[in-house]
Write a protein that binds this ligand. Structure first.
Ligand code: SAH
Length: 464
């Protein structure tokens, strides 16, 4: 196969990025936007020795799993990868993705995985699920401000204020902002030159409360004519917090290091289950509240608390899982690296009258080992123990120093909540090589239409 060759291909598999995979005489082609089961005409865009990449030119016979996308930018936009795949097939793909990682990277046997993997927890309505969106701002060819999403693997903005994964009110808010920028000649930030004011707008929406937060990320110290902007935004029902975060660094990091309140309060309130949470702009909060409740309930079910346990919640964010667990545990300790998130966590504990949760700021891989050593010194060599340890790390997974300390603390159970099944598999392999057995695994679909998958896994300590 060579570049620009045309071919007709049957799509027989799905890659980790959601792309279709087919073979022509043993030569593998990866085809973005092709759905498993399609017969399609494709054009080779890059040819290596044994495999290549091709563009989908025409679907000759659509797969039974092919559906009409909800959004007209589904193919260009980097946000969704598999919107043209039926939702049921998406869930099957995600189960397979988790299983493949656990087999290939984790070294777990297919027989074990057959026994312990539970079907993915899906959504009834897999659109409009995001409570948070960060919209990049740019300038179109005519010099008008635009906002939308980045095209796949680039920083080119596809102008679209009507994302099918977000809430409707985003559009209203973004249109107000664009109109205001146009009227007052306020420029969007330009990453190439480092000039222009508006970098991103973060919108958060409390599904349970209807409260809205808008946070402007700006390359400057203030927004000119902010009073007028605030007046228009506060006309949107539910507006609760208008904030600004200054970020003048030449970086891909979206948010600045702090934020200021322009109007209203510095947070919105939302509920997951019975627990009430206040969320400020710089804190992590799960983006899909409907699925988050299912995710946390599953974590709680796996932890199987009886009432007196000591539980650690590592990478705790604003204390969401911690407070969920505290309802059933003796004592919960949460650890999180972002100081503002820990402030939120402490406030959230008070807000819910929860007194058995304590929070520490710092890296989990430093705080827990330090706690362990200090405990040993202060208790005449006695070792710190925990009954259950929950971890919910970012994509890069857990640091080995942390896994070492977890093993030393000998919790009965480890509940691993993961947003990246490759690092999950790597870490589970380490724990299972050190006295733990993998008991249950269940994907939870926090991100329909994308290839991302969240997983909850339960490990128990081997009896020696
Ligand atoms: N459990 C929370 C947050 C999970 S996201 C929830 O469900 O809402 C992962 C969190 O880990 C983020 O809040 C991030 O700020 C934090 N984090 C990242 N690296 C960390 C580290 N080395 N130690 C502790 N927390 C970390």
């Amino acid at each position: 196969m060579q570049k620009n060759d045309m071919a007709v291909i049957e799509i027989t598999d799905i890659g980790v990025g959601g792309e279709g995979i087919g073979k022509i005489d043993g030569y593998t082609l990866f085809v973005k936007d092709a759905v498993i089961g399609d017969r399609a005409e494709v054009k080779v865009i890059k040819a290596k020795k044994n495999y290549g990449y091709a563009r989908l030119m025409r679907v000759l016979e659509p797969s039974p799993y092919r559906v009409e996308p909800r959004c007209r930018f589904a193919r260009q936009c980097g946000g969704c990868q598999i919107q043209e795949m039926s939702y049921g097939r998406q869930l099957a793909f995600k189960e397979q993705k988790v299983r493949n990682s656990l087999e290939r990277i984790g070294g777990f046997s297919p027989e074990l995985l057959d026994r312990i993997t539970e079907p993915a927890v899906g959504m009834e309505e897999p659109f409009g699920y995001r409570n948070k969106a960060q919209f990049p701002f740019g300038t179109d060819k005519e010099g008008h401000p635009v906002t939308g999403f980045y095209a796949g693997r680039t920083h080119d903005i596809i102008a679209n204020t009507d994302c099918a994964l977000g809430v409707q009110v985003n559009q209203e808010i973004l249109e107000i902002i664009l109109e205001f920028m146009e009227k007052h000649h306020i420029a969007s930030y330009d990453e190439r030159t480092g000039t222009g004011l508006i970098r991103h707008v973060l919108i958060r929406y409390g599904f349970a409360t209807g409260e809205i937060m808008v946070c402007f990320v700006i390359n400057g110290t203030s927004i000119p004519n902010a009073g007028e902007l605030i007046k228009s935004l506060t006309a949107v029902p539910g507006m609760t917090a208008i904030t600004v975060s200054v970020n003048t660094r030449r970086t891909n990091v979206i948010m600045g290091e702090s934020f200021e309140v322009l109007w209203g309060q510095g947070y919105i309130t939302d509920y997951i289950g019975k627990i009430r949470y206040q969320i400020s702009p710089l804190s992590f909060y799960q983006v899909n509240p409907v699925q988050t409740e299912k995710l946390y309930s599953l974590a709680l079910e796996y932890a199987d608390l009886k009432g007196g346990e000591t539980v650690w919640d590592l990478y705790c964010g604003i204390g969401t899982i911690s407070l969920f667990l505290a309802q059933k545990a003796g004592q919960v300790y949460g650890v999180e690296i972002v100081p503002q998130a820990i402030e939120d966590a402490r406030r959230n504990a008070r807000l819910n009258g929860i007194e058995n949760a304590e929070f520490f700021v710092g890296k989990a891989e430093e705080v827990l080992p330090a706690y362990y050593e200090r405990y040993e010194e202060e208790h005449g060599g006695e070792q710190a123990r925990a009954d259950v340890i929950v971890v919910d790390p970012p994509r890069k997974g857990c640091d080995e120093a942390l896994l070492d300390t977890i093993v030393k603390m000998q919790p009965e159970k480890v509940v691993y909540v993961s947003c990246d099944c490759a690092t999950l598999a790597r870490d589970l392999k380490i724990l299972c090589g050190n006295g733990y057995t993998l008991k249950r695994v269940r994907p939870v679909d926090q991100f329909p239409m994308t290839v991302h998958v969240e997983t909850v896994a339960l490990l128990t300590r081997d009896v020696v």
